[in-house]
Design a protein around this ligand. Structure first.
Ligand SMILES: Nc1ncnc2c1ncn2[C@@H]1O[C@H](COP(=O)(O)OP(=O)(O)O)[C@@H](O)[C@H]1O
Ligand SMILES: [Mg+2]
Length: 335
């Protein structure tokens, strides 16, 4: 099937979550049975894939986004924002439903955030919501691991079109394994690998998942400590960039946007990871998931002068883990 009319050529396509965040800044995290005066409360657009796509667009890529909303004000905000950003958006609307929303508590002293979220099951993206022609004419597809069956369908189509598939995984939602099999670059939260493997040490769990799902690369983001990646041959440890964190909401989202951006630009992995850490770190210096997306010039300037975090892993630990991982791969190859 041709899937209908041809769509304009874009650089990247994102299929997945958008959310409307109420960011509540607090002097400190609340305790049970207490009262606490908040610092500020503001409604901002967010959501994993939607925010990543906004970052790609701001950096000059041509972007298509596919997402689901309810027919409420939060949904209207999402539509308006994507239009304002110049993103070609395709909306699946669930009538009589609430768009995804989150209440995000931000601890003023560290900028660290805690997300309280609610998602009506009727706004889950289903495979039949997707149109074949939306997943065409781009270099890369970004999906998240929430509505896994729909994401897997998009990923399958993307691979048929020779696009590379980047996946943003944080929780172990049903069906995520099938999606992982269709992912080229898995970029996960630091806790996701343990949720799948039961192994708490990323230097072991990343190669384990790499072997199982045959990625081109798997990486986990480590908050202020940066990111750790494994490409089947070696680890890439990218130390974080020290920033004055006001609100870490969206750090992971902007990291993913930056990662896809670097892939589309054809940069080497080390450069992609450094750029992503710097961009995501700077995004933490302002409020909201998309509030601090820095310009390319600002990222370049910042990278020249910024202090880096300590290393999350000692080099000898990673060298030894890499040796073991390569040995495990070799012993799997049938002779
Ligand atoms: N406090 C921080 N200081 C500097 N960089 C940060 C901070 N928090 C996050 N980052 C950057 O953002 C990336 C993603 O953040 P992380 O906390 O791992 O994801 P998530 O948004 O899923 O919690 C990290 O790899 C790091 O580069
Ligand atoms: Mg974080």
């Amino acid at each position: 099937m041709s899937g209908g009319a041809t769509m304009p050529q874009v650089d990247v396509i994102g299929v997945g979550i958008n959310a409307t965040d109420t960011i509540i800044r607090l002097p400190h995290f609340p305790t049970v049975d207490s009262k606490l005066e908040l610092v500020s409360a503001a409604v901002k657009p967010g959501g994993q894939v939607a925010s990543a796509m906004v970052a790609c667009r701001r950096w000059g890529l041509r972007v298509r986004y596919v997402g689901k909303i309810g027919d409420d004000d939060a949904g209207k905000l999402q539509i308006t924002e994507m239009k304002r950003e110049g993103i070609e958006a395709h909306w699946v609307v669930a009538r009589g439903s609430m768009s995804q929303s989150a209440f995000i508590l931000v601890d003023q002293s560290s900028g660290e955030r805690t997300v309280l979220w609610k998602r009506d099951s009727s706004i889950a993206l289903r495979p039949r919501d997707l149109k074949r022609r939306w997943i065409r004419g781009a270099r890369a597809l970004l999906v998240d691991g929430h509505d896994t069956a729909a994401a897997a369908r998009a990923a399958r189509w993307a691979r048929q079109e020779k696009m590379c598939v980047v996946g943003d995984f944080d929780n172990r939602y049903k069906g995520v394994e099938a999606l992982l099999h269709l992912t080229d670059f898995a970029v996960t939260s630091k806790d996701f690998p343990a949720r799948l493997t039961g192994e708490n040490d990323l230097s072991k769990s990343l190669p384990q998942l790499y072997r199982e799902f045959k990625f081109r690369l798997i990486a986990s983001t480590l908050g202020r400590l940066g990111a750790l990646a494994w490409d089947g041959a070696r680890f890439y440890l990218t130390r974080g960039f020290c920033v004055d964190a006001v609100d870490t909401t969206g750090a992971g989202d902007i990291f993913h946007g930056a990662f896809v951006f670097g892939l589309v630009r054809g940069w080497p992995l080390e450069e992609i990871l450094k750029f992503s850490c710097a961009a995501a770190g700077l995004n933490c210096e302002a409020e909201g998931a998309r509030g601090g997306i820095p310009s390319l010039r600002k990222i370049a300037q910042f990278r020249r002068s910024a202090t880096r975090s300590e290393a999350a892993y000692a080099p000898e630990v990673l060298l030894e883990a890499a040796r073991e991982a390569r040995a495990a791969t070799e012993s799997e190859v049938p002779s």
